[in-house]
Structures are given as C-alpha cells and as structure tokens.
Write a protein that binds this ligand. Structure first.
Ligand SMILES: Cc1cc2nc3c(=O)[nH]c(=O)nc-3n(C[C@H](O)[C@H](O)[C@H](O)COP(=O)(O)OP(=O)(O)OC[C@H]3O[C@@H](n4cnc5c(N)ncnc54)[C@H](O)[C@@H]3O)c2cc1C
Length: 304
C-alpha cells in the first residue's frame, strides 16, 4: 500500500530547531538529540529498512541512523560528513547543484547615554559611492517594541561582502563599520562601541553558509534529487523545501514530511521519495506535485 504524506500526518516527526535535534511525536513519544557532530555515515544506515523489524527495535537500534537528517546543504557540500559507501551519483549531483547564500549581521552596542541616531527610526540606509553592498542596511534595536535603552545597532551585508567580512578579524571589520557610521552621523557623534560581535556563517563547520539558493537553470527534478532519501537515510531542512527554501518554515515542513515517511517505514510501509537518475532537462507541468515536494499550485488563480 503506497504511503501518502497526508495519510501519515498523525505520525509526524518534527525537527525542533534543525537537524541537530529531532522530536518523534505521538506514536513514538521520544526525543532523539544528536549531541555529537556527525562526521561519518556508514553503510548500515543507508540500506533499505527491513519492514519486518519491530518498532521498538527500530527506535532503539536503528532509528537514530534512519532519521538523522543531514539537512545543511553547506555541510554536505563541504564534505564535513564522509559517506561509506559514497552517495550515489544522482545524489552527489543534487547536492552540488544548489548553492549556499551568506547573510551576515554585525552588531554594535554603544553607551545608552551616547546613542547618536534617532531611535524612533528602525532602518538607516548607506550608499557607498565606490563599492556596491558596502555596509548598506542598518537597523536599530534600541526602539519601541525592541530593546529600548540597549544602544544596539546592527548592519547587514550579503554574499561577496559577507565572505570578505567573515574572513576579517573583528578589529578590521569594526574599523570599517565605524568609518561608515562616522560618515553617516558625523565623526564627533560616534563614540567607540562597548561591545561588537558578528557570526561567521560561511566558516562555521556546522553551517557553511546562511541558507540555500537555486542557481539559474536549476529544475524541480534536480531539487528532488537533493531532497530524496538514499535507502534509509532521509534528508530534510530548509534546502530540501522546493517552496520555502531559505526560510524556517521550509525546514519545519520538510521535517514533518520526512518524519511522515519514516513513521510509515516504522509501521512497515517503506516507499521512499521520488528520484531522477536521468534528468529530463526541464520540469514538466505534471511534475509540480507532492512527489516532487510541490504542495501548492504554482499557477495561483485567486479564485478566478
Ligand atoms: C542571519 C540569518 C538570518 C535569517 N533570517 C531568517 C528569517 O528572517 N526568516 C526565516 O524564515 N529564515 C531566516 N533564516 C534562515 C533560517 O534560519 C534557516 O532556514 C533555518 O534555520 C534552517 O533550518 P534547518 O533545520 O534546515 O537548519 P539549521 O537550523 O541550521 O539546523 C541544522 C542543525 O544541524 C546541526 N549540524 C550541522 N552539521 C552537523 C553535523 N555534522 N553533525 C551533527 N549536527 C550537525 C547544526 O548544529 C544545527 O543545529 C536566516 C538565517 C540566517 C543565517
């Protein structure tokens, strides 16, 4: 009997904050936490799940391997995890096809009595005369509804600027950022910050980027290969969502979808997901369906 994702909604397994922590709900009533950094996935975890095994055995002995979601595209692309045997070609190509974008927020805190910007505004824009994307978007957290009196400002940079900044020391970046602020607000008005920090998403071995992106020319079939399971190994996270990639809800829905399939396996019905060992160039209209992770119509009619 084929399993549909809808049919197994009650058996959902959901991610709680990503693939590091996986909650099995309703039927299994347990929480599996991946407390160690995964560096190797061995053959036993990728074979087809034997449907005759009892649920208890699977949960205790196998489920950890089954449900481990290697969902971070950046982690997969950087070979942080070794697969033994290697992942099949269609899967490796699916992983290599997509890209990771980087988005960096740089935070500064100033003494509360020396705040120099108008805290009734949230956004400030800077257009550098020479370099595109050089510290362009500033946001105040010191304002109504946020952290009033905190003296915190942050600036966002993306992609090339992110990669450049993430390779720099804090001191180098702070110097650049303060020079921009002093250009915007006047050198005499901008004091030294009391605190300064920013995450380096592109360098974190558990992230290697902020979120996934589809390069030009990618198709839904290619994405389905990124998404599809390899035997008993399932993949879920924002990158596997065809509709909400890059967003938190993409990770949430994909965790539920993979959990639904895994719960089906635990109940004795393993179907797995659609995959394409040979790609068809483009994606046919008929392929925009649940089997390819497409849950809503792409031809919205607004009732007309
Ligand atoms: C700066 C920034 C701003 C964002 N803003 C928004 C926004 O406004 N709205 C929005 O919807 N989304 C936003 N996102 C995107 C959103 O955070 C992600 O889409 C979402 O967190 C992805 O969830 P995930 O479960 O796929 O991966 P993650 O949340 O990254 O979870 C992956 C987990 O796996 C763990 N892990 C990685 N490698 C291993 C390993 N080898 N072994 C064991 N554990 C491992 C990691 O430690 C992590 O806990 C933003 C992201 C960034 C970086």
């Amino acid at each position: 009997m084929p399993l549909s994702r809808e049919k197994h909604q009650p058996f959902w397994l959901s991610t709680t904050g990503g693939c590091g922590s996986i909650q099995l709900s309703r039927t299994l009533r347990g929480v599996i936490k991946v407390s160690r950094f995964i560096t190797r996935m061995a053959a036993a975890s990728m074979q087809t799940m034997p449907s005759a095994l009892s649920r208890e055995y699977l949960v205790e002995r196998q489920c950890r391997n089954v449900v481990t979601e290697l969902c971070r595209l950046g982690v997969l692309q950087n070979d942080a995890v070794t697969f033994d045997p290697e992942l099949p070609t269609w899967k490796q190509e699916g992983i290599a096809t997509f890209s990771m974008a980087t988005y960096t927020k740089i935070f500064l805190q100033f003494p509360a009595d020396k705040v120099f910007w108008n805290t009734s505004y949230q956004f400030f824009l800077y257009a550098d005369p020479k370099e595109r994307g050089y510290y362009p978007i500033w946001q105040s957290i010191d304002g109504p509804g946020f952290l009033e009196g905190s003296g915190i400002l942050f600036v966002t940079v993306v992609q090339e600027q992110s990669h450049r900044v993430e390779k720099q020391t804090d001191e180098q970046t702070k110097e650049e950022v303060l020079a921009v602020l002093r250009d915007m607000f006047g050198a005499e008005n901008v004091p030294e910050p009391t605190a300064f920090m920013y995450p380096r998403w592109s360098l974190e071995p558990w992230a290697y980027g902020s979120y996934s992106n589809w390069p030009p020319g990618t198709t839904l079939e290619m994405h389905q290969n990124l998404r599809a399971n390899v035997g008993r190994l399932y993949f879920a996270g924002e990158a596997t969502s065809s509709e909400y990639y890059g967003f938190l809800q993409g990770a949430w829905f994909e965790g539920q979808a993979a959990g639904s399939l895994i719960a089906g396996c635990l109940a004795g019905y393993c179907t797995g997901e659609t995959k394409y060992e040979a790609l068809h160039g483009t994606t046919n209209y008929s392929e925009f369906d649940l089997a390819n992770g497409w849950q809503v119509t792409s031809f919205q009619t607004n009732g007309l």
